[in-house]
Design a protein around this ligand. Structure first.
Ligand code: SF4
Length: 222
């Protein structure tokens, strides 16, 4: 089933499909459905749903794994220490996270104790991510971490980061995809060497991402 059919099924399921509705209105109506969602167990432990944030007309999407503690409290993705470092690197390359892309996660509710999202939770939540993609129509994806990369590549097994980062891939939506480590990898590094490696890899990958955004802007998509 194509992601468009999945979206239509979802909209009919929720009885909100309206032919004349603008993409902007549909986006925020889907957000309001997500905000009361109980499709998976994560609804029991969340403070609030973290739907996403940024420019929905940017044609660029950044997709991470799941909200963390700060995100769960404030309802905005990537606002903790790792998120701030991510934003700072991009600022240095001339990219503004609120202007130049839309950022979200494969699951919209925080897993308890920041554990990895489970397969059935990702499957339950993907209807929202597919709806976001359907409306934003991205020309470029950036996946932060293996779970987002796995989903965007449509893989059965979780890929090794060293095999997929640092190059332009093709996502399951036929849209160019870049992959880098999740920004929190640096904070959870097992030793100083690994921390330095991850830090440098993220910087390198975000430089490539910034260059690709500038190419998209030059083509007039943004
Ligand atoms: S993670 Fe997604 S599917 Fe699960 S309750 Fe939250 S919004 Fe619903």
């Amino acid at each position: 089933m194509s992601h468009r059919n999945t979206l239509i099924d979802f909209l009919e399921l929720e009885e909100i499909y309206t032919q004349s509705e603008s993409p902007f209105h549909r986006f925020y109506r889907i957000k309001s459905i997500a905000e009361r969602c109980k499709r998976c167990r994560l609804h029991k432990t969340r403070t609030q749903v973290v739907f996403g944030f940024g420019n929905i007309t940017s044609r660029v999407m950044v997709i991470g794994e799941a909200p963390g503690g700060n995100e769960d409290i404030y309802g905005k993705p990537f606002i903790g220490k790792a998120g701030e470092r991510f934003s700072q690197i991009l600022r240095e390359y001339g990219i503004d996270r609120d202007r130049d892309f839309y950022i979200t996660n494969v699951v919209k509710c925080r897993p308890p104790n920041n554990r990895d999202p489970k397969e059935d939770e990702i499957m339950a939540c993907e209807v929202y991510l597919k709806a976001q993609i359907e409306i934003i129509k991205p020309k470029l994806f950036l996946a932060l971490g293996r779970y987002a990369a796995k989903w965007l590549l449509g893989l059965k097994n979780t890929p090794q980061m060293r095999e997929i980062r640092g190059k332009v891939l093709t996502s399951r939506f036929d849209v160019p995809l870049l992959v880098t480590y999740h920004p929190s990898t640096v904070d959870h590094a097992r030793n100083a060497n690994w921390r330095e490696f991850a830090q440098n890899a993220i910087k390198e990958d975000l430089r490539l991402f910034s260059d690709k955004i500038k190419e998209i802007k030059a083509k007039g998509y943004i």
